[in-house]
Structures are given as structure tokens and as C-alpha cells.
Write a protein that binds this ligand. Sequence first.
Ligand code: KIV
Length: 277
Amino acid sequence: MSAPVKKNRKSVTEIRDQKNGLPISCLTAYTSLTARLLDDHVDLLLVGDSLGMVLYGMDSTLNVTLDMMIAHGKAVMRGAEKPCVIVDMPFGTYQESPQMAFRNCARVMKEVGCDGIKLEGGTEMAETVEFLTQRGVPVLGHIGLTPQSVNVFGGFKSQGKDPEEAKKIMADAQAMSDAGCFAIVIEGTVEPLARKITETIPVPTIGIGASPACDGQILVTEDISGLFSDFTPKFVKRYMELGQGIAEAARMYSEEVRAGTFPAPEHCFGVKPEKKK
Ligand code: KIV
């Protein structure tokens, strides 16, 4: 039997201690390959339910299942040695009651072996977050534009513009922090409000379409690398165009297959490569 790979991942308490310290760099990962590529570079990997849209071509995250999250969570754990790994709880697996949330979160924690889970919601989820954190489930909160509520918001619209909305988001942040979240993602929220929340609550905020003042930032890896191009939200910066690179590799490969120049002798078994003259 081979020895298990030694992992020394960042803990949720180390993430929490980065409040007002070195900004926390977070990205999504859905596969072992991506986790390995990101391993040296980020503090936290999120197995986000955005995988429904990015990997599976769904219109929203609503149809993602617990089994999908567990399968991708396990894959990421096989590739991640250093960053803290958090798995998103999909729609319908935690909202009904604290007990139901605990059952499903415990299943994720046991089967994946991740460091914690993420769930969406504010004051209405505070009782559940308290129930989970008191029973050993570390929780990353997610407030503001919460994609699982896209049908309530009437689309992917930025949040916190009107004063009532802003007041509610601030109360959500406070409630999630009081309930025991080790950090809170703020998504699609006007900059001054995200800044104010960051200055107010004692746990780190992780922004996505929020504010540079947040204690950390998160984006979807396929967005920053130019692999996902169905749409590009305003808050995404594309650092590379890997999608174009893959399409170009496929074009060159097909051209060589059709021309009969691939495979060459060096790609074949039992054939001596021709000597260069
Ligand atoms: O599902 C996801 O990827 C997220 C993000 C915060 C990017 O929730």
C-alpha cells in the first residue's frame, strides 16, 4: 500500500486571522487538475456550485445536486495540498431547517474531507449557521447577490443601491458574523456598502463584484483564464485567453490528422524516428 499524500492545508482559523492582514486570495476549483494548478497560489479554493453553469452548461445554479458537489469536492481534495478547501451547499439542501442543513453538511464534510462549507443567505439563515458552527461545521457565509435567489431578485442585479436594501445587507453581514461564520463572501454589492461592512464586522469579507477594501477577493477560475465566455460579468478580469488557446490547439491537431502528418514516427511504438539529415 502506498503512503497517503501528506496535506498541510490552510485552516479556516488561519483564514479568519487574515482579517486586516494580507488580503486573502481565493479562486474556484471543480477538478483535481485545476486544484493542482492553483495549489501554490491561493489561500482558499471554493468548490462552487457555479460548476453547474461553468462545467455543465446549466442556466443557473439551482439544479446542482449534493452528489455533484460531493464528487467534485473529492476530486479537488485529491489535487489540493495547501489551500483551505470549502464546498458550496447547493440550493434546497440547507434552507429547510437547521437539522436538515446539519445532515447534509455532515455528509459533505465526511465524504469530501473538506475544511468547511459555504451557504447563501443572511438573517434568515443565522439560526442554521449557529446550529452548524456549534456542531463542528465551519461556515463561509455568502450575502448580497446570492445566485441561488436569482428568481427572487429577478436576475443577476447588483445589490445595495437603495437605502432599505443596503440596511438589510448590513444586517445580514452582522447576523452571519454573530452566528459564527469564519468569513463572509459579499457578491455583486455596491462598493461603499461592501467597504462599510468590511470596516464593521470582525470576520474577513471576501469580495466578488464588491470592493477592493474587502479582506480578500474571489473569482471563478474559468473566468479569469478566459475558458468560460458565455458571458463576462463587469467584475471579472480576464488575465488570459486559454479558451482561444484550446480552440487553436484543436484546429492545428485536426489539420494534421486530416493531412496525415499526425501521428509522426516519434509518436508511434516500434517505429524508429527518422534521423535528421
Ligand atoms: O459558486 C461559486 O463559484 C461562488 C462564488 C463566490 C464565486 O459562489
